[in-house]
Design a protein around this ligand. Sequence first.
Ligand SMILES: NC(=O)c1ccc[n+]([C@@H]2O[C@H](COP(=O)([O-])OP(=O)(O)OC[C@H]3O[C@@H](n4cnc5c(N)ncnc54)[C@H](OP(=O)(O)O)[C@@H]3O)[C@@H](O)[C@H]2O)c1
Length: 308
Amino acid sequence: MKTVFLGSTTLQVPALALGCMRMKELDETQSVRLLETCLELGVNYFDHADIYGGPEDPCEVRFAKAFQKTGVSRDRIILQSKLGIVPGKMYDHSRDYILSETDLILRRLNTDYLDVLLLHRPDALMEPDEVAEAFDRLEQSGKVRFFGVSNHKTSQIQLLKKAVRQPLVANQLQLSIPFSSMISSGLEANMATDGAVDRDDSILDYCRLHDITIQAWSPYQAGRRKGPFIDSPEYPELNRVLEELACKYGSTKTGIAAAWIFRHPARMQVIAGSMREDRIREIAQAADIEITREEWYRLYLAAGHILP
Ligand SMILES: NC(=O)c1ccc[n+]([C@@H]2O[C@H](COP(=O)([O-])OP(=O)(O)OC[C@H]3O[C@@H](n4cnc5c(N)ncnc54)[C@H](OP(=O)(O)O)[C@@H]3O)[C@@H](O)[C@H]2O)c1
């Protein structure tokens, strides 16, 4: 499996990570099989959040039970989780919340430490000093090795960095071929087009400039609540080009859609949420496919974007 350096660290991680948000769709036997397939493929990076699955049946607990059954030791996997969303109520990046919620995550995942902890969404009331104190205490106690953010824009990361000492190693951002405004805003710079709207403060360039690994979430969703674009009648041209390239590279439409993200020089991680072993296998194999520059742009245009 192709690897990338996590942020500015020397930790090499697989370019594909399994997102565990949908783990409730599987029973325990299926979960164990999916994890075994991932590990066999070298996909040993697992993305969680405290809210996945809800309070009654958290995906972190389901994961921990299934992982235990694989018999693989904890130090062979990389566990990442996110916190900060209190569903339906607020976002919370206060020191005490970060500390207490991390303890709950550790308990649910049945582990002594997290490899990576991310702040899930920006909190309007965030105090950088409080986050810094929480991160220091989590690092000193050995509960968290690395820290990062999710859905943060440039200025929000800069604000955090005023106080936080640790490097922020990752920013998890929504990205797929159709949902790629962070790319469009750069390509359509200086134009009066819709794609020129910079919604995230040039976050793609900022992450590249500061060695923050972008983790592409929902790589198969066309947009918020729009559903997957593969085989969608709303994207006939995109599916035609995906099919053509799948034939060329001995892959599948699913594989080529991931190859489009892997091809970007920012060296992103793809956080795939499929609970199907065959799809995870196709995506893992696609990490070794390098589509051409022209093919990358063909896919982008086929999704309906423009080049001014
Ligand atoms: N930071 C954030 O705010 C945030 C938000 C959302 C998600 N995430 C993370 O990102 C991960 C991925 O999110 P996601 O599940 O929305 O991403 P996704 O990989 O784009 O979507 C996976 C879903 O699409 C379905 N699907 C249908 N056709 C598919 C195809 N041809 N190839 C692949 N999948 C297909 C899958 O079904 P099957 O299972 O049947 O394949 C699955 O239900 C989550 O698990 C979570 O870890 C982060």
